[in-house]
Each structure stands twice: as C-alpha cells, then as structure tokens.
Ligand binder design. Sequence first.
Ligand code: DQA
Length: 143
Amino acid sequence: MQLLLLNGPNLGILGRREPEIYGTDTLADIETFVRGEVAVRGWEVVSVQRESEGELIETLHGRWDTVGAIVNPGALMIAGWSLRDALAAYPRPWIEVHLSNVWARESFRHESVLAPVADGAIVGLGSLGYRLAARALMALVPE
Ligand code: DQA
C-alpha cells in the first residue's frame, strides 16, 4: 500500500527557501521522515512535488489507489479552487500540512479554501507536521 505525499509550488526548494520561516529540512528529509513513520504499517510513500495546480490535480486523479494523502498545497491554499475539487473527489483521507503557522503571518494566508474538505490540518510545526500527519493517517485508515 502506498501513501501519497503531495507538495505544491515552491516546496521543492525547502532547505534553502526562507529557512527562518520554513526551517532547514529539505523535501528529501521530509520524505525520509514520512517513510520512517509509515514503515510500521508496511506502507510505501509516493512523493510528488509540482509547481502547477494542474499537475497536482492530474497526480491526484491518477492516485486514487493510495491509502491516504498528506498535502502541503503551498499558496494554492488561498485560491486553489480546482485543487479543492480534486481533493474533495479523492476517495481517501487526506491531511493538509503547512510548515509555518499561517495564522501568525500575512492575513492573505489566514484562510484555506482546501481545509474544509480535508480530514484534518496541521500548521506551524515545521517538518514535524508531516510526521504527525503520517501518524494521523495511520490512525484514520483501518489495519
Ligand atoms: C506553506 C504556507 C503557504 O502560505 C506558503 O505559500 C507556502 C508554504 C507552509 O508550508 O507553511 O508555500 O504552505
């Protein structure tokens, strides 16, 4: 079984992107953390990062066979209406993750159009948030 780890625009440069906000862990580090968490269930991790909303949507359409998804949509949280529809159609549980505490930042980041169709959201805990999301999905998906 496979878990989908989906990251949106500007998240492929984690580690060197505004490290004072997003930390120094790279996306490869985060993949390793998530793989470590879900190994206990024998799950594999399919990690996809794309800069465009359309490619993220195409990835979701092709991955309904996954057990669940961890999604950091980046700024698509603000107005990614088509991504929201794709996530609403995704038939498995998914958790929205943001590394930074979006509510402590600019007001345009305070509302996610995606979160209402998520099973849960974790913000502000840096790369730990992805680990916690992996644990949440393991709790949400029956053995
Ligand atoms: C982010 C928060 C978003 O507001 C921002 O546009 C990002 C990263 C986060 O992980 O904190 O790209 O999703």
